[in-house]
Design a protein. Structure first.
Ligand code: ADP
Ligand code: MG
Length: 319
């Protein structure tokens, strides 16, 4: 007999909680939690829909990992330390093999980041995974989108465009680099660095829809502009090699406008620049200067001092 939702919850998602801030986790009508003194609660939620946020052939283990990682990336962008997760799972059928692989990866990922699953919902429907994540930040230490000022430097972690290249290759049935597929399926939330950098920096965003679109959110919220040096945008070896060999001029655009990087874009005042760069080195994290905040409006991109316009600046669901 196929499992009903109560059996599924009990068998795959009801785990003993490891954290002492959880009075009640999975199993009651709602979770009961203790917020540490002096901290603010930071909450975020992201849905991954099959065929929209991940290719249909993505493994259960990768979907589980990514559903957590994209939320942790949002918490990182706020400078928060993650604590709790809720999971809303919509499945076409109770495929126990899929559920086994999904929950194993989900719970492993929770353990890796010292976060606990505290509740959720399980329904029948098209394959879709929603995770809600909560974390803490020291009062007043949060990084926000509306805190950029003219003169600030714009920096980005890691490399951009790896996931967009993998997705583009998959959609065009072209062989793609294993590294880029891993970057698409297994993005790394920049948590450790982000929690520490919040000490020096009060403005950040994670790059989920594309660098130019996401930096656009910062300058709009902060009522200023940005100048971006496209040649400074950090590329991985596979992406740099593909661009140098390709005759497709759109490939370069995809790096700056493609989604799914889950790197952090941070805005730093010049007097904190050295500390922030040193912090990145201590986290063994690539951190690259890519532009400056201006008095203007919108994101203006330059290559060889020439202004470059993009047709599409990032992923939009209804665009
Ligand atoms: P209710 O009917 O009271 O809303 P549910 O039957 O939906 O409760 O859920 C029972 C318990 O199981 C709740 O604690 C809920 O948070 C938890 N839960 C349901 N689905 C999941 C899931 N996919 N992952 C984790 N916890 C879940
Ligand atoms: Mg109830």
């Amino acid at each position: 007999m196929p499992a009903d939702e109560f059996t599924i919850i009990d068998k795959y998602f009801k785990t003993a909680s490891n954290r002492d801030d959880i009075a009640l986790g999975v199993g009651d009508d709602a979770a009961l939690l203790a917020l540490p003194a002096g901290k603010q609660l930071v909450m975020t939620m992201d849905t991954l829909v099959s065929g929209v946020h991940f290719p249909r052939q993505t493994s259960a283990a990768d979907i589980a990992y990514k559903s957590i990682a994209v939320n942790l990336s949002d918490l990182a962008a706020m400078g928060a330390s993650p604590a709790w997760l809720m999971l809303s799972l919509s499945l076409p059928d109770a495929d126990e093999d899929w559920l086994q692989r999904f929950s194993e990866s989900f719970l492993q990922t929770c353990e890796r980041y010292n976060i606990d699953l505290i509740g959720g919902d399980t329904t029948r429907g098209g394959l879709s995974v929603t995770v809600q994540a909560s974390g803490f930040v020291d009062e007043g230490k949060v990084m926000r989108r509306d805190a950029a000022s003219p003169g600030d430097r714009i920096l980005v972690t890691g490399t951009l465009g790896d996931a967009a290249l993998a997705l583009h290759d998959m959609q065009s049935d072209v062989d793609t680099d294993r590294y880029c597929i891993d970057r698409l399926n297994r993005p790394t939330p920049r948590l450790g660095f982000a929690e520490n950098v919040a000490e020096y920096c009060d403005c950040a965003i994670d790059i989920s829809d594309g660098l130019i679109a996401d930096l656009g959110h910062i300058v709009d919220a902060s009522e200023c502009g940005a100048e971006l040096d496209l040649q400074a945008v950090p590329l991985s070896e596979p992406v740099a090699e593909r661009i140098s060999k390709s005759s497709d001029p759109k490939l370069v655009d995809r790096v700056c406008t493609g989604g799914d990087d889950y790197e952090l874009c941070i805005v730093v005042s010049p007097d904190k620049h050295v500390q922030v760069k040193e912090l990145a080195v201590s986290h063994d994290l690539q951190l690259t200067d890519i532009g400056v905040v201006t008095e203007g409006k919108g994101v203006v991109c330059y290559r060889d001092d020439e202004e470059i316009q993009f047709e599409h600046t990032g992923y939009k669901h209804y665009g």
